[in-house]
Design a protein around this ligand. Structure first.
Ligand code: N7H
Length: 481
């Protein structure tokens, strides 16, 4: 039977966070010592059941504060999760084949498929990543909390467990520090759009889906559960994952920089407010939602901030309005949400999108825009999204969405229209230095056949890796000693 206490807390519910660190590490050569220390970490790992408790505490605290008309009490809540790459499994001596080609090759080797820019050196493609991610990373510890101090304290505890005394069992490669944006931008990514709205509901776990929220079988997110489809596995000879993979999930992490003033200026330069085609409308059509979160499929002409934040309304659409089905009147085919979850564009043709669904976590990083950046229109400080997606298969889920949908100008098939690249994350690596032109159709509602040239880069990948987030029993019985 399924027990949420066996599943790490970031997967199905999400660790509550204002600040979140991703500590990338290598395991010391004394693997036995590492595995013993890992055993001591297990009581600190936040399970799904604990996250549910923590979230209930946060909600009760908020409610009480509202009743008393006071600021909420400070709740020092912190979470810890851990995941391993293929390099990490190999280092630990875990030889089982996980049945996922993307995971097995690692993300660095997968960059030609993902379309990241880079150069070929000695016949080997090298993406424009920071050096830390060009080394072998064995795993990542995710540490979340209500503020900087809590997270720093928990990180010190985690490092203490692995490295106290004379023995170093874990080498820190890099810690990425994410922070939720301040004030009314909380929950919004750096381009300004509310994020984290549309997630699949997981069967027999998310038992009260919101209107429009699709329920997927557990195996779409958790290995070994109903609906876990191993890509490339033949029905007559089905691939069997190792038994310890049960209730674990693959984690695709991407270190994505965003060029915010450049994005804003592009919207201004490409809009035509005299014809009701404002830069806000163009931005909304590129994303598929207004900054408030309101979907353009429901609100094609003007934002509706109340609907944007209302879970009963903000996901209740399928790109299938009878009057505009198969048109871009409401949402361009290349709009980011339509590309990455095409809903009825595929389902009306009899294609299920179930095994393409992912659960998105992750967090923003970097400061707010400075006045100088706004006035110069040029990014001077690194900021963006530490993108994290959980899925039962990287090959079916994250990799497929990026490679076969976002980067594929022909998707979704809407002859004679060529939709173009996903306006936000679509990548073209066919050009000098691995960067080719990008364009899309349907951006301008008044002239939908016009092709809009997009800047080659406004979301810039600088690193990442594929990991596996094991269940608590697997951490106890297979990973640790
Ligand atoms: Fe995306 N953005 O701000 O423009 N994304 N995304 N994403 N994304 C979504 O519906 C964004 C990225 C998906 O079910 C929203 O929750 C940015 C990658 C999927 O309707 C916004 C970056 C991949 C969905 C953004 C980025 C995806 C989704 C609307 C990079 C996968 C759900 C909020 C910096 C390969 C679609 C919401 C659905 C939604 C933005 C990256 C996938 C605002 C800025 C790399 C599946």
């Amino acid at each position: 039977p399924f027990n949420p206490a066996n599943v790490q807390g970031d997967i199905l519910v999400g660790l509550p966070k204002k600040v979140q660190h991703y500590l990338f590490f290598q395991i010391d050569d004394d693997v036995t010592a590492f595995r013993k220390r890992l055993h001591l970490l297990i009581p600190l790992i936040t399970t799904t059941a604990q996250v549910q408790d923590d979230r209930a505490k946060i909600a009760a605290n908020k409610k009480k504060a509202a009743e008393l008309g006071k600021a909420p009490e400070l709740l020092r809540l912190s979470g810890v999760n851990i995941a391993f790459s293929q390099f990490g499994l190999t280092k630990l001596g875990i030889k089982d084949d996980m049945g996922d080609t993307a995971f097995k090759s690692g993300q660095l080797n997968d960059t030609p498929n993902l379309g990241d820019a880079g150069t070929t050196v000695n016949n080997k493609f090298v993406p424009n990543w920071i050096n830390a991610f060009k080394n072998q990373i064995h795993g990542v510890v995710i540490i979340s909390g209500d503020c900087d101090l809590t997270v720093a304290a928990t990180q010190a505890t985690v490092l203490g467990i692995f490295n106290i005394g004379v023995r170093i069992t874990l080498h820190e490669v890099l810690t990425l520090k994410g922070v939720v944006r301040p004030g009314d931008q909380k929950g919004h990514e750096h381009f300004g759009f509310l994020d984290g709205i549309s997630q699949p509901a997981v069967k027999d776990f998310d038992t009260k889906p919101n209107p429009g929220q699709e329920t997927v079988r557990q195996g779409v997110i958790l290995c070994g559960r109903e609906g876990d489809v191993v890509a490339g596995s033949k029905p007559e000879q089905p691939f069997v994952r190792p038994a310890w993979a049960l209730d674990g999930s693959f984690l695709a992490l991407r270190y994505l920089f965003q060029l915010v003033p450049e994005f804003d200026n592009f919207l201004k330069a490409s809009a035509d407010p005299t014809k009701d085609f404002t830069s806000d409308l163009l931005g909304a059509r590129l994303v598929g939602r207004w900054k408030s979160g309101a979907p353009v499929d429901l609100f094609p002409l003007a934002d509706n901030p109340d609907a944007g934040k209302d879970p009963l309304q903000n996901n209740n659409f399928r790109y299938d309005f009878p009057d505009d089905f198969k048109t871009q009147d409401r949402c361009p085919f290349a709009g980011h949400t339509r590309k990455t979850n095409p809903r009825n564009d595929l389902e009306s043709l009899g294609f299920s999108t179930e095994n393409r669904r992912i659960i998105r976590r992750g967090v923003q990083f970097g400061p707010e825009l400075t006045h100088e950046e706004v006035s110069s229109g040029k990014t001077q400080h690194g900021r963006g999204l530490i993108f994290v997606a959980y899925c039962g298969s990287i090959t079916n889920g994250f990799q497929f969405i990026q490679q076969s949908w976002a980067n594929n100008p022909g998707f979704p098939i809407q002859k004679p229209i060529t939709p173009g690249f996903d306006a936000i994350i679509g990548q073209n690596n066919q050009g000098p230095n691995g960067i080719g032109p990008r364009s899309m159709s349907g951006a301008n509602p008044n002239n939908q056949n016009a092709t809009l040239s997009l800047p080659t880069e406004w979301v810039v990948p600088k690193g990442g890796e594929y990991f596996f987030s094991p269940s608590i029993p697997a951490l106890r019985d297979t990973f640790s000693l």
